[in-house]
Structure formats: structure tokens, C-alpha cells
Ligand binder design. Structure first.
Ligand code: G3H
Ligand code: 13P
Ligand code: ZN
Length: 284
């Protein structure tokens, strides 16, 4: 079927009280892994490409691979720009056929974040593309956030309410204690803050930096209202780990297919596991 919008997938997730997995893509094998996992689990999925992925593979390849995967699939698949930081990047993705874009103005002062988000929404609305924005600082696992700094970094529920009221954004990424990359310890999520945000905000909530967060914590976040869960690092670990294993077993291997086929299979397995944790298995 054709690529669908993220807005449509998240509306169904809200009805069914589950979350849709958003998996980062960089190459053909990961796109194939997402398709295989989604088909095996009969689950809706989001393929998302960061600006780094677009720079690496080229937007034509990313779009063509994702569009082909969707056209072959019997389950709904969306293509989303992950952490777009400029209006121009969002416009480029919309022109190429992405069905959703994230405009990440989280480093900007609140009113500037609102203005930039609204500028993207104005064009996106006219083309049926959905828009995700970010409020609060998610950051990387290297940015150790102390408990007394929480209020400065984590999403403020009242600000989130105001932001969504002023933008009408289709999805909102929030900071409640997750971070991008590999965690050093076990991440502690601020569930009371999440509950407040969900109660005050009329937009589906997105959890970034979800690799390495214990399954039970992810499921509690979904129970409280998270509807899109982003996973990149766990796919990287599975994919590269499998490549490493093949080369460790046979340092003389020169056939890329012998290295990449097990990597694609490992990515498929981890994506299937995540889909089951998110409750989106059987929801296509
Ligand atoms: O949120 C960040 C994603 O993991 C993408 O990372 O910018 O290195 O592609 P990247
Ligand atoms: P992880 O790499 O920590 O899974 O985060 C992914 C993400 O949030 C992409 O936007
Ligand atoms: Zn992210």
C-alpha cells in the first residue's frame, strides 16, 4: 500500500492504547528489516531518517527504498524525517514524498520554537504531511542530567499545553529522562511528569531515546499515553554486532552479502521484539 501519514497511525494507536514503533533507517538492509518485522508482526510501523541518514544515503535513495518497501507491504508504513532542524530540510523531505516531518526547535526559546513549528505546519497541512515537534531537551546519554536540573531540561507540562495550543502540532516529543545513545546505567523516567503532560496536551506524545529503556518502563509510558516510540541505537547494536560476529568468525570474508545478511536478520529480530513490547503487534 502507499506510504501513510504518521498522524493516521497515531490516531489508531490512541484508539487501541498502544504505541507505534519508529525505527531509524540508514540503508537498504534496515528498510528491508523493518518491512520483514512489520509483516511478520502484522504491525503498523514508521521508518524514520535523520538528517545524518539523508546525508549518508542521499534523500533519493532513502525515499525510493522506503516507498518501495511500503508499496510491497500489506501493513501501513510511514516515512518520517527525524530531528529536522531547519525549515528547508523539512521542505525538502515534503517535496520528495515523506509523509511526516519532525521540526526540532527544542534548542530555541519557546516562542521561536512555536514560530518555526507553525511555519512548517503551514506547508505540511496543505500537502497532508504530519508534523512532530519537540519541547524540552532530550540530549544524548553523555549529557548527565542531575535530579536538581530536571526542571531546566525536562518538558514543562504547562509549556507543553501552551505549545500544542499555539501550534496544533500532530505529535509532541518530550523530555522525561530518556536520552539518545547507549545508557551508562538504567534510565529513570519521570512518570508523574508524563502523566501531567498527557492530561494537559491534546496531541500524541513521542518518546525518543527509547533504546536501552527497560521494557516495563516503556510499557508504563505507553499505558500513560505515549503513542510513538523511537528506536535507533538498539538496531545499530544488533546490525553492527552481527557484522562484527561474522568478521570475527572469518576475518578473510570479503563478500558483503555474507556480512550484511546476518545483520539484516538481527535487525529484523530486534524490531520484532520492540513491536511486541509496544503492543502494536497484530494492529495492522
Ligand atoms: O535521534 C537521533 C537518531 O538516533 C539519529 O542519529 O543523527 O546519528 O543519524 P543520527
Ligand atoms: P535511541 O538511539 O536512543 O534509540 O533514540 C532514537 C531516537 O530518539 C531517534 O529520534
Ligand atoms: Zn530522537
Amino acid at each position: 500500500m502507499p506510504l501513510v501519514s504518521v498522524k493516521e497511525l497515531l490516531a489508531k494507536a490512541e484508539e487501541g492504547k498502544y504505541a507505534v514503533g519508529a525505527f531509524n533507517v540508514n540503508n537498504m538492509e534496515i528498510v528491508q528489516a523493518i518491512l520483514a518485522a512489520a509483516e511478520a508482526e502484522k504491525a503498523p510501523v514508521i521508518m524514520q531518517a535523520s538528517q545524518g541518514a539523508i546525508k549518508y544515503a542521499g534523500i533519493e535513495y532513502i525515499y525510493a527504498l522506503a516507498n518501495l518497501a511500503a508499496s510491497k507491504s500489506t501493513v501501513p508504513m510511514a516515512l518520517h524525517l527525524d530531528h529536522g532542524t531547519s525549515f528547508d530540510q523539512c521542505m525538502q523531505c515534503i517535496r520528495y514524498g515523506f509523509t511526516s516531518v519532525m521540526i526540532d526547535g527544542s534548542k530555541l526559546p519557546l516562542e521561536e520554537n512555536i514560530a518555526l513549528t507553525n511555519k512548517v505546519i503551514e506547508v505540511a497541512r496543505a500537502t497532508g504531511v504530519s508534523v512532530e515537534a519537540e519541547l524540552g531537551k532530550i540530549g544524548g546519554t553523555e549529557d548527565d542530567i542531575h535530579v536538581d536540573e530536571k526542571d531546566a531540561f525536562f518538558t514543562d507540562p504547562e509549556e507543553a499545553r501552551y505549545f500544542v495550543e499555539k501550534t496544533g502540532v500532530d505529535a509532541l516529543a518530550i523530555a522525561i529522562g530518556t536520552a539518545h545513545g547507549q545508557y551508562k546505567g538504567v534510565p529513570q523516567l519521570d512518570f508523574p511528569r508524563l502523566e501531567k503532560i498527557v492530561g494537559m496536551v491534546k496531541a500524541p506524545i513521542v518518546l525518543h531515546g527509547s533504546s536501552g529503556v527497560p521494557d516495563e518502563a516503556i510499557q508504563e509510558a505507553i499505558r500513560l499515553g505515549v503513542r510513538k516510540v523511537n528506536i535507533d541505537t538498539n538496531i545499530r547494536e544488533a546490525f553492527t554486532g552481527a557484522c562484527r560476529q561474522v568478521l570475527e568468525n572469518n576475518a578473510k570474508e570479503i563478500d558483503p552479502r555474507k556480512v550484511l545478511a546476518p545483520a539484516r536478520e538481527a535487525a529484523t529480530q530486534i524490531i520484532r521484539e520492540k513491536i511486541r513490547v509496544f503492543g502494536s503487534s497484530g494492529r495492522a
